[in-house]
Design a protein around this ligand. Sequence first.
Ligand code: ADP
Length: 237
Amino acid sequence: MDKTVAPKAWSSQAARYGENSGDAKRPALIKGGQLSNVLILLLSSLILVQKRDDLLVKSGLSKFDVERWTLDVERFPMIRRAIYPGSFDPVTNGHLDVIDRARKLFDEVIVAVAHNDQKHPLFTLAERLELLQATIGKLENVEIAPLDGLLVDFAVAREATAVIRGLRAISDFEFEFQMALMNRKLEANVETIFLMPKEEYTYLSSRIVKEIARLGGRVAEFVPGRVAAALEAKLKR
Ligand code: ADP
């Protein structure tokens, strides 16, 4: 006879089922069917974890990257907001074309007007803001704001995930490329997106429009009506 003394709790349970009736009558903690379910669950979890790790290795991301990315998503809400920065001295139809494209891609577009004193603008910041307001002020998902300081700081403060820039020709590319990379270095969470305007605007710039107006040429087909009038008034001698 087995002399092993069963623990008290077990022995009282055993007593209920009959002391010497053998294992068959003991209560099973996990029944056969349940056990196989638990094993299947464990196995599938292991396979899933392995699959995730394989994917991470393939994508070149580490677990840490994924965690950081998840945190960044929390920091930048799902509303897609972009900043379109520039001097807008003055706003032209080329700018408007870019704004129109951007507002179809993003929930909100902030047109950010830089002071740019070193460029000696023709219009003051207040005038440039006002001309933009008169032109696109009524667009629902477009905001106009002055831009002071670093663009990426402004983007982070306004929870924007993208900076929009217009690309007209190869000549724009080098400067824009350098700016985009520098901005990415300063703030990795803000992407620069380049948009191309309609071909007819690719030769258009605020500088050329000002030059034409200064020389007495017609600018009506290059800028909104309010801007054409403002240029005429500004350059009247
Ligand atoms: P900045 O001084 O920053 O160049 P601009 O007002 O000249 O300011 O231009 C702002 C942005 O708009 C730039 O990305 C510029 O390339 C783009 N842009 C200007 N004119 C046009 C145009 N005709 N078509 C498309 N993009 C343009």
